[in-house]
Design a protein around this ligand. Sequence first.
Ligand SMILES: [Zn+2]
Length: 89
Amino acid sequence: MARYIDADQCDEIIEKELGIYDTTELKEMLSYFPTADVQEVKHGEWIKTERSEYYNWECSLCNGLVEFRSDYCPECGAKMVEEKVKENN
Ligand SMILES: [Zn+2]
């Protein structure tokens, strides 16, 4: 699987952390690499809830309520990972 980096952040780190202030050659070298439009993936969890009579699960990111868990939150689009069971006392 391809791994992506933020080229602008890479420039900043090279300048600040490595102390290389003339990054002209490096930027030219980076321009030879293929680029891609990449969208950051938000990750959330389904949390068991009793907030609603009809909806059993709550998104940890947007607090959206759903009846059935799914791979993605229909409200905010987050990719859902492992289930977190919240105990209500
Ligand atoms: Zn959500």
